[in-house]
Structures are given as C-alpha cells and as structure tokens.
Ligand binder design. Structure first.
Ligand code: ATP
Ligand code: MG
Length: 390
C-alpha cells in the first residue's frame, strides 16, 4: 500500500518533528503552504494522511470540514493551538485525529502509528486492493443536445447485452434529472446518493446493495432521489463507483447528462468507448461536430463511435454527406421507431424485451454485435488488480 503523507500550514510553520519521525519510518512528508496546491494534490491521491495546521488565514475546523466534504477518503489530523483544542468538534468536522502545537514526539509517533494502522485496514476493503473483471468495458452514452435518445438507447442496449449473457450495469450519471429507472419501471430503494452517504463517507465502498435489479438481468445504480442532492456528488465518487462496478460487471453503461460539466467530462474519461448520438438534422449534426472537436481536444477522439438515431427513409441528407460534416464515419444506425418507442417508455418495458423483432431492436442487437464482435475473445473470468485511477 502506497501511503502519502502531507502537511499543510497557512503560515510558514514547518513540520520538522513529523518529518523526522516519518523519515525514521522510511516515509516521506510533502509540505504545502498554498491551499490550491494541496487541493490539487489531494485530487489525485486516494491514500493520503494530511496534517492540517491552520489558524491564521483559515479556521482549522472549517478548513477540515471543507476538505472532508470534498475528499472523504483522506485521513486528516488537525494540529490546533492548545486554546482551541476541541476533540468533539474535530470529530464533527471529519478529522481522524488531533495534535496540538506543542505535542510531544511520542504523541506524534502515536498518531502516525494509528494513521498507518487505520489506512492499512481500510485499504483491505478498498477497490485498489480488490479484484475486478479483466475484460470489463465501460461505455458512455452521450450527445450534444438533450432528448436525442441516450436513455432509450442505454436501457435497450443494456437489456440486449444481458440477453446475450453479459453481466450489465447501468450507471445513471444524470444526477439531477436522470430517468433510467423510470424507463424500466423500477422504483429504486437506494441510489448512488445513499452509497456515498452510508458507504463511501465511512470508507466502505461496496456498491452491490445499492443497485436496483431489473428482470432483464440489468442492474442499475440510480441517480440521487432528489435533484438538489447532486451537489454532494464528486468526480471521485464517479470514479470509485465505476471501479466498484467493474469488479462484477462485464459491461458498465453510463447514461450521461447532456450539459458539459466536470461530471460529464469524468464520464468520458472513464469510458473505454463513447457512443455519440446524433440525428440526421443539420443543426444536430453541426453540434455533434462541435462535440467531436471537444473530444479531439481532450484526446478522446479514438473512443468515439457515432450512432445515428431516429433514421428514416424520409431523411434528406445522405449518409456520405453526414460523414463529411462530422468528419467521422457512422458506426451504427437506429431507425425511428415512432409510436412503439413512446409506448415502450410509457410502459417502462425496454423495446428489445417488448418487441424484439422491431427494426429498432434489431438495430440495437447489431450495435451490440459491433461493440462485442462474436469472434472476439470470450470474456475471461480471470481477474486482475483494479486501479482506482484510470
Ligand atoms: N429511435 C427512436 N425512435 C423513436 N423514438 C425515439 C427513438 N430514440 C428515442 N426516442 C424517443 O425520444 C424521447 C427522448 O429520448 P431519451 O429520453 O432517451 O433522450 P435523452 O437523450 O436521454 O434525453 P435527456 O437529454 O433529456 O436525458 C423518448 O420519448 C424516446 O422514446
Ligand atoms: Mg436521458
């Protein structure tokens, strides 16, 4: 286990004693004096112990609370002036331990020992040390504008792949107004929100009991029960959720929110492939091209597969012309299924289940075969170590 030791002070106070004790244990301490530098570092370090010393620019308890909201997995040790020492308050704001400005060497040693022991035990339950399916694939479904059929495609592709014998999970990353569960007529008892509050914030990442299961075999990690709860969701939660799902599922489909946000970009970063939905209408094609340009800037262009949705014989733009506009080939086409699609959504039954021979269902099956060609190596059950950051 790689444990990182950080020290932050809002003055120029040094951490000589802590550093000496850690050096004797063959560990190293990195000190930060600018809050931005510290926060940036914490973003990329899941296994960190932070000594937090603040009493000039910031109130140490307020700062601790801010950091623990943003990085619930960090082990924080508050260093406070004696006259401020308040263990109960420290616990309330998410600190794991406490020192004072005049703590003795023995006290510091003891605190470091406790931190090491706790992190070692916690990591034995964390994803970085657990196993995941080797060929697990993450597919994000996105579009440049709302209502283009992301959720409809996601639930149908999921049900179709489950029918083929794959273990499939959907993560509804539309944290405010997601409707994956509604599209399959499920009322989730739990969601990603409960998983964060009851699990992640206590260092327990197991996700299975927070999923809802559909009779098609698809499991769903639903969006938070209320739109305002989305505020607590961070990119880090999304990463951990995907890592957890990869332990059990062959395919993880992420239904993304339409607007571009940090959450949206994290979905794209986590995905092995991205299905970009477009229609054959010119404004939609032009916006899809802008989206593709953004993907190129982010160096994600290799992952993108364009899916033409609601195709019909009445369309006025030739496929070749569409590909010229997009400067990308069309990977798959799904027909406009009119009224049948609407009734599938209203009844909460995926169309591939309700009417497996409909043109749309056949299009979905074809898309599934293109993504997972039958002659491809079968999904191996051999497992490997999961890495938290991809
Ligand atoms: N191929 C299709 N044929 C007919 N109707 C379709 C097709 N694809 C999607 N629809 C319909 O379009 C509507 C919007 O679809 P959906 O909710 O999946 O879009 P979305 O991209 O997820 O929207 P949002 O951005 O709001 O999440 C739904 O009523 C769905 O039935
Ligand atoms: Mg949707």
């Amino acid at each position: 286990m790689n444990l990182y030791w950080y020290f932050y002070s809002d003055t120029n106070a040094r951490a000589d004693e802590i550093e000496t004790i850690l050096t004797n244990k063959n560990e190293s301490l990195t000190s930060f004096y600018r809050l931005e530098d510290l926060l940036k570092q914490l973003e990329s370090t899941p296994n960190a112990v932070l000594f937090l010393r603040a009493h000039t620019t910031y109130n140490v308890y307020d700062l601790c609370q801010e950091i623990s909201f943003k990085f619930p997995h960090i082990y924080m040790i508050i260093i406070s002036p004696e006259n401020l020492e308040n263990t109960k308050k420290a616990m309330q704001v998410g600190a794991s331990d406490m020192l004072t400005f005049s703590s003795t060497g023995d006290e510091v040693t003891d605190v470091i020992f406790q931190a090491q022991a706790y992190m070692k035990q916690r990591n034995s339950r964390e994803p970085s040390l657990q196993l995941m399916k080797e060929n697990s694939r993450v597919i994000a479904v996105c579009s440049s504008k709302g209502g283009s059929g992301k959720t409809f495609l996601t639930v149908n592709l999921a049900a179709s792949l489950a029918k083929e014998g794959k273990e499939v999970a959907i993560l509804d990353a539309n944290f405010q107004f997601g409707d994956v569960a509604m599209y399959v007529d499920i009322k989730p008892k739990n969601s990603i929100y409960e998983w964060v509050k009851e699990g992640v914030e206590r260092g327990e990442y197991g996700i299975e009991s927070y999923l809802s299961h559909h009779k098609s075999g698809v499991s769903i990690l639903a969006k938070p029960p209320r739109p305002e709860f989305f505020e607590i969701m961070t990119e880090e939660h999304l990463k951990i959720a995907v890592t957890e799902l990869q332990k059990r599922y062959d395919v993880i489909l992420i239904d993304t929110p339409t607007y571009i946000s940090e959450i949206h970009l994290t979905c794209l970063a986590l995905a092995d492939e991205t299905l970009l939905l477009t229609t054959s209408e010119l404004p939609d094609l032009r916006n899809s091209k802008l989206y593709l340009d953004m993907m190129e800037t982010l160096h994600f262009e290799e992952k993108v597969r364009v899916v033409l949705n609601r195709d019909s014989k009445h369309r006025t733009i030739e496929e070749k012309r569409m590909e010229e506009i997009l400067q990308k080939s069309i990977f798959a086409t799904l027909p406009d299924q009119g009224q049948l699609a609407i009734s599938s959504v209203n009844e909460g039954v995926p169309l591939v289940v309700k009417s497996s021979r409909s043109p749309f269902s056949k299009g979905i099956q074809l898309l599934g075969k293109k993504l997972f060609p039958p002659n491809e190596q079968p999904v191996k059950k051999v497992k490997r170590l999961a890495l938290l950051s991809r």
